[in-house]
Design a protein around this ligand. Sequence first.
Ligand code: NPW
Ligand code: ADP
Ligand code: K
Length: 479
Amino acid sequence: MQGIWTTERIRAAEDRLLAVTPDGELMRRAAFALAVHAAEMLAEHTGSVSGRRVTLLVGSGNNGGDALWAGAFLRRRNVAVSAILLKPERAHGPGLAALKRSGGKVVSLEDGPQWIRRADLVVDGIVGISARGPLRPDAAALLEHVSAPVLAVDLPSGVDPDTGAVDGPAVVADRTVTFGALKPVHALAPASCGEVSLVDIGLRLSEPDLQRLDTADVAAAWPVPGPDDDKYSQGVVGVAAGSATYPGAAVLAAGAAVRATSGLVRYAGHAADVVRGQWPEVIATGSVTDAGRVQAWVVGPGIGTGHEGREVLRFVLGRGVPVCADADATTIIARSPDVLDARDPDTPLVLTPHAGEFERLMGSPPGADRVAAARAAARKYDAVVLLKGHCTVVAAPDGRALVNTPRGSWLATAGSGDVLSGLVGALLAAGLDPWLAAGAAAHVHSLAGSLAADGAPTSASGILGAIPDALRSVRSLTS
Ligand SMILES: NC(=O)C1=CN([C@@H]2O[C@H](COP(=O)(O)OP(=O)(O)OC[C@H]3O[C@@H](n4cnc5c(N)ncnc54)[C@H](OP(=O)(O)O)[C@@H]3O)[C@@H](O)[C@H]2O)[C@@H](O)CC1
Ligand SMILES: Nc1ncnc2c1ncn2[C@@H]1O[C@H](COP(=O)(O)OP(=O)(O)O)[C@@H](O)[C@H]1O
Ligand SMILES: [K+]
């Protein structure tokens, strides 16, 4: 697991470290690493370092100080460094002195645009973890002139450090070099951060506020059959999805369950014939009441939100096994919360809303702080909540939260959520902790999406077809 800490926690840890570190030492550690990355980017984009032009955007805090010191280090490699000071009277004193000593140039805010346009690389030192609200107009105006690659110091300015939300003009970085620990912005705003590099400056932090699964975590968690297993022992998953008019959801959710784990998948609903035709290995029946025993249910995609759907949901919630309630099932729960009375409070429930379904469940949209939103829903429903979106957040009622950072946006295609619910259900049936099941499913789902797309649009069927390759790629770490 990768740990992610809020800026409040990071600031407290920095204060502890600053108290036992010589003055300026931490900033120099940070800035040296920045300069190394800047040189690497110059070499990558222009073929050389010496003689290239770097322009620093320098705010009034330590983030600007990092940029100024990095500029001084770059001068040693004969880089032409110019610094635009947003508040000259408040620029970081020692950093500015170091830049001037090294032969770096300070240019006025008015002349800034031409220096930005001529740069081979722009270093964003406008704001770091003390940023508040949208970028101020003078900083925002400078960004209009940026066309060179951008290296962000600690985080891309204009993006909220704790939520990743963007409200107005903001830096879009090619690379972000961050110090001490990952902050929420790095997991929640991947498109603004670009490639993220973490530099160790010696910070010591305890339990993270947010986590991200490593491929190795997913590999370790994903169930594989052993010598003593048979088709039943690995957990049988039941899928209650689709309808005669909309059989696609049933085919996709059941198919994802088939591909996710070995063992057995049952289907119950009005699309039994179509599911059987597509997946002969699935045992399909017309109704949940005669589906047979399962160790987890996936319920909801395409079942409708009327009386029959409600009764199907009530039935599966009452079976005493984990349930992944998706799509129409989340809408039914929002409209008729009493269906949850059928649930044994000790059996796991995973809800997988997209933003619209979340709004139905909670009465308001997720808003800028999606982690807090998912946590609130998890508490309210005493369920694991997987909040879908570009970055998917998974929160448990006990407060654990993880984020799945996507590889592009290829998953934004019809039916893709049905594939995800099949994956979650298969992992629940195998007995995984529901929070980990949801996180691991989201991880493999997005990996399958990017493998299926491979640079061109894909479809839910494509994502489904790429699940084996995604699992092979994940598992290659363990073999
Ligand atoms: N501490 C450490 O150990 C280490 C810290 N390190 C570095 O320090 C960084 C944190 O530095 P920091 O705390 O000085 O604040 P920082 O983020 O630079 O902001 C400064 C000022 O910006 C302003 N401002 C705020 N919002 C704004 C907006 N929307 N638009 C425009 N301006 C805005 C506001 O100033 P104001 O003008 O309001 O007085 C605020 O005070 C951290 O990210 C890392 O890079 C590393 O060196 C490693 C060691
Ligand atoms: N812009 C995006 N980038 C990455 N993933 C996305 C994006 N938009 C949607 N997704 C993912 O695609 C899936 C869509 O699910 P859902 O909204 O239920 O669609 P459907 O109902 O068509 O199956 C979710 O896993 C979601 O996280
Ligand atoms: K920055």
